[in-house]
Ligand binder design. Structure first.
Ligand code: PEP
Length: 256
């Protein structure tokens, strides 16, 4: 019997206008019947421009939350173009994605910066979806565990146990993101179990068993079920398929 939460999060990336996004959100809520079930939580992560406008749509829903896709390391100040954790918290955002491979790759975010972002988010009461995962090259050279271990330890393992309980880890092999190549359920299970083992070494069995570890990388209605059945896969972080209400909700419904 595990007590960890089963969660499906949708990462919309840089897609949809606010009006398109409102429509998509309303379609998702309607198809879900206003509740996250059978998942414990559903998290919608639209662009920054949408977050404030989306909050009222969630007032009558159950366990459907909002997440941002990025956050800055400082509270406020001369950081043109950035958004702070205080601002996100102020408008009722609950989660923030940190460490996504697109931010690591295109915006050169490194382990040290990501640790600062994690600390800043937690300091202001945001929960964190922290993404880790190896590139195709690292995968082919059999470095997956080594890379993921470095990413997890450097950004998360300085946290106190009570802080760590506000972290969701998303394992996203970079070679599977937006490529249509999904990790096999067995491979996902092996990596998730490895990550949970790292958490256990650092924080002990109870916290490790309570940590939600999501899989991400080309999840679709046709492959979600087999992934979610793996004992250490506690849900998914969905990119492309989260932009289609029907597909996204079909994925949520496959949480077991
Ligand atoms: C993601 O960006 O987190 C992701 C998993 O994308 P996709 O589902 O499109 O591979």
């Amino acid at each position: 019997m595990t007590m960890r939460k089963k969660i499906v999060a949708g990462n919309w990336k840089m897609n949809t206008t606010v009006s398109e996004g409102k429509q998509l959100l309303q379609d998702i809520i309607k198809l879900l019947g206003g509740t996250s079930e059978p998942a414990d939580e559903v998290i919608i992560c639209p662009p920054f421009t949408h977050l404030y406008a989306f909050k009222p749509f969630l007032s009558d829903t159950k366990n459907i939350y909002l997440g941002a896709q990025n956050v800055h390391t400082e509270d406020s100040g001369a950081y043109t173009g950035e958004i702070s954790a205080i601002m996100l918290k102020d408008i009722g955002v609950d989660y923030v994605i940190i460490g996504h491979s697109e931010r690591r790759q295109y915006f050169k975010e490194d382990d040290i910066l990501l640790r600062q972002k994690v600390e800043q988010a937690l300091k202001h009461g945001l929960k964190v979806i922290f993404c880790v995962g190896e590139t195709e090259d690292e995968y082919e050279r059999n470095h997956s565990e080594h890379v993921v271990k470095r990413q997890v330890i450097s950004a998360l393992f300085t946290l106190e146990p009570d802080q760590f309980q506000n972290i969701i880890i998303a394992y996203e092999p970079v070679w599977a993101i937006g490529t249509g190549k999904t990790a096999t359920p067995d491979y996902a299970q092996k990596m998730h179990s490895f990550i949970r083992g790292l958490v256990k070494q650092r924080y002990g069995e109870k916290i490790a068993e309570g940590t939600t570890i999501l899989y991400g990388g080309s999840i679709k209605p046709s492959n979600a079920g087999a992934l979610f059945q793996q004992p250490d896969v506690d849900g998914g972080l969905v990119g492309g398929a989260s932009l289609d209400a029907q597909s996204f909700v079909e994925i949520v419904k496959q949480i077991s």
